[in-house]
Design a protein around this ligand. Sequence first.
Ligand SMILES: Nc1ncnc2c1ncn2[C@@H]1O[C@H](COP(=O)(O)OP(=O)(O)OP(=O)(O)O)[C@@H](O)[C@H]1O
Length: 381
Amino acid sequence: MANPYTFELPDPAAVRRALATVIDPELRRPIAELGMLKEVRIDDAGRVSVGVLLTIAGCPLRGTITADVEQALASVPGVSAVQVELDVMTPQQRSELKEQLRGSERGNPFADPSSLTRVYAVASGKGGVGKSSVTVNLACAMAAQGLRVGIVDADVYGFSVPGLLGITQAPTQVDEMILPPVAFGVKVISIGMFVANNKPVAWRGPMLHRALEQFLTDVYFGDLDVLFLDLPPGTGDVAISVAQLLPSSQILVVTTPQTAAAEVAERAGAIAEQTGQQVAGVIENMSWLLLPDGSKMEVFGSGGGRAVAERLSAVLEAPVPLLGSIPLEPALRAGGDAGRPIVLDDVPSEGVAADELRRIAAELAARPRGLAGRPLGVTPR
Ligand SMILES: Nc1ncnc2c1ncn2[C@@H]1O[C@H](COP(=O)(O)OP(=O)(O)OP(=O)(O)O)[C@@H](O)[C@H]1O
C-alpha cells in the first residue's frame, strides 16, 4: 500500500503535457508552440512556476492566460501550487512569432488563389433587414460545428458586429500585426474597434478600400475555413472593393419579404454580374411573426426572398438558391442586444429561427471547400 506520507513530485513530462494544452486566446494556437513558454521550474515541495512571455506589455488577455495555465496544471498529480510569471517578448522574439504565424511575406492571404477559405460577403439592399444578425448567427453556428470562422465587419455606417457578439475588448496590436478579438470561437475585426467613442465614419471609397485592405493584410486570422464580410447596405464602393480584394468571394444576399426591399436586394446581388462573383444564395429574414394562436402574420408581405433568388438566377444565368426563411422572433433580437447569438446552445428559444439559422449554416458549411468551380488558369491545346 502506498505510504500516504510519501510526497510525490509532479512528473516533468506530465507538466509539459498539461502546458501543451494551453491555447493563446487570440492566436488560437498552443502557447508552447508559439514560443510563449519561458521556463518551467518544479521545486521539491511540488510548486510549479511557469514563465509566460506575452506578445505585448499590458496584453488584455494576461488574466485569461494565467488562469488557463493554472487550470491546466491543477489536475497534474503532485502539483501543490502554481505560480505564473509574466514577462514580455523582446522585439526579436516578436518578429520570430510573426514570421512563424504568417511567413516573411505580408499580403492578403485570402486573395491567394491557393487559399481554401470560403469568403462570404453578406449584402443587403437596404439597412435594417437583419444582415448583421444573420451574419453573426451563421458564423457562431459554423464555429459551433467545428469550423474556423472569422468576420470582417465592413459595415462602416452601422458597425454592429462587436455589439451583437458582446465584444468590448480592443484588438491587440503586435507591431503592425493586429490580433482580432475572439467571441464564441469567431475571430472578429470591425471598423468600430478603430473609431473613438462610437463616432460615425464618413469615409470615402478610397479610404474604405484601404481600411478593408488593411484588415485583410494586417489582421492575423490564421487558417480559416470561412470568412464572413458584413458589408454596408446597398451597392456602394465597399462591394466593389470586396470584389477586387477577394475575387473568389461569394455574395450572400439578405432581404425581407417586402417587394421594395427585394428589389434593392436584387440590385445588391446583381453587382456580381459586373464583378464576376458568384451569389451563394438568398436568405429571407423577418419572414413572418408567429402569433399566440399559432397563425403566422406576414408583417412584411411574402415572397421577397424567392423573387430575389429567381431574378438573380435569371440575371446571372446560374442557379441562386433561396437558402432559407427566418421568422421575426423577439429572442433573436434579445440575443443580439445581449451579445449572445440565438444559435448558441444555451440560449433558450421557443421559435424556429435558431434552427433555421443552424440549418443554413450547416448547408453552407457542407459545400465543397476550396478550388471547386474556380478557373484553373489553364487553356486546352
Ligand atoms: N428575425 C428577426 N427577428 C427579430 N428581430 C430581428 C430579426 N432580424 C433582425 N432583427 C433585429 O432588427 C434590427 C436590425 O438588425 P441588424 O442590425 O442585424 O440589421 P442590418 O441589416 O445589419 O442593419 P444595418 O445594415 O443597418 O446595420 C436589430 O435590432 C435586430 O436585433
